[in-house]
Design a protein around this ligand. Structure first.
Ligand SMILES: Nc1nc(C(F)(F)F)ncc1COP(=O)(O)OP(=O)(O)O
Ligand SMILES: [Mg+2]
Length: 221
């Protein structure tokens, strides 16, 4: 299997749903199915928080959600846990600045998708050097989904990265909704990643569809 192309990566980043067992009162599988029906293009399993599953329970949930994504042809990305991603043959991993070194992760995962969090030009350039296929930039707006999140940066960081010649596929993260999606796409993001905008929505399918429409319309401008 070859590395994903930049063009396909950008398409996959359009509506990037992220969740784990702690992000909804409902079973994760039910929420994910509705999100996939609504048009989610990429999924990240992010199992974090004080009551996060561990060990066999975490792997069992990962495999369950991976199976669901496979039926929709949507790539399955694992957050932080590189060993789990390899054990279940996930489609990729996402690591942040405080996780395993991205260069080391690239060596371990071969051609799988590698996503890296970046907050500035230096971190973006380092991620590219390390072999990232995309970078997650944010939090763009205040978020309640990550208790150790940095200060919200606003869409300006996206514009700044593009002005500094960063051309790697970028997904915006942090407080993203269908209402602010146009601003982040116009500022230079290729897609949006969300947790609560879908996982906490009364209708995850409609929420995913609204995000997909907002990204599509912003790209037409
Ligand atoms: N999980 C993420 N996914 C993305 C993605 F690009 F995929 F949208 N961007 C950023 C993060 C944040 O990654 P990190 O800084 O390690 O914190 P955590 O492990 O708590 O998520
Ligand atoms: Mg992390």
């Amino acid at each position: 299997m070859a590395r994903i192309t930049s063009e396909e990566m950008k398409e996959r980043l359009a509506v990037y749903f992220i969740m784990g067992s702690q992000n909804s009162e409902r079973p994760a599988e039910d929420v994910l199915k509705e999100a996939l029906d609504g048009g989610v293009t990429l999924f990240q399993f992010r199992e974090k928080g004080s009551a996060a599953l561990e060990g066999e329970e975490k792997e069992a949930l990962a495999r369950q959600l991976q199976r669901l994504c496979r039926t929709y042809g949507v790539p399955f990305i694992v957050n932080d846990d590189v060993e789990l991603a390899i054990a279940i043959d996930a489609d990729g991993v996402h690591v942040g600045q405080d996780d395993e070194d991205a260069r080391r992760v690239r060596e371990k995962i071969g051609d799988k998708i590698l996503g890296v969090s970046a907050h500035n030009v230096e971190e973006a350039r380092a991620a590219i050097e390390a072999g990232a296929d995309y970078i997650g930039v944010g939090p763009i707006y205040p978020t309640r989904s990550k208790d150790d999140a940095n200060e919200a940066q606003g869409p300006g960081i996206l514009r700044h990265l593009r002005e500094q010649g960063i051309t790697i596929p970028i997904v915006a993260i942090g407080g993203i909704t269908a209402d602010n999606t146009r601003a982040v796409i116009e500022a230079g993001a290729d897609g949006v990643s969300v947790i609560s905008a879908i996982a906490s929505a009364p209708e995850p399918k409609a929420a995913a569809a609204a995000l997909a429409t907002a990204v599509r319309e912003a790209n037409l401008r």
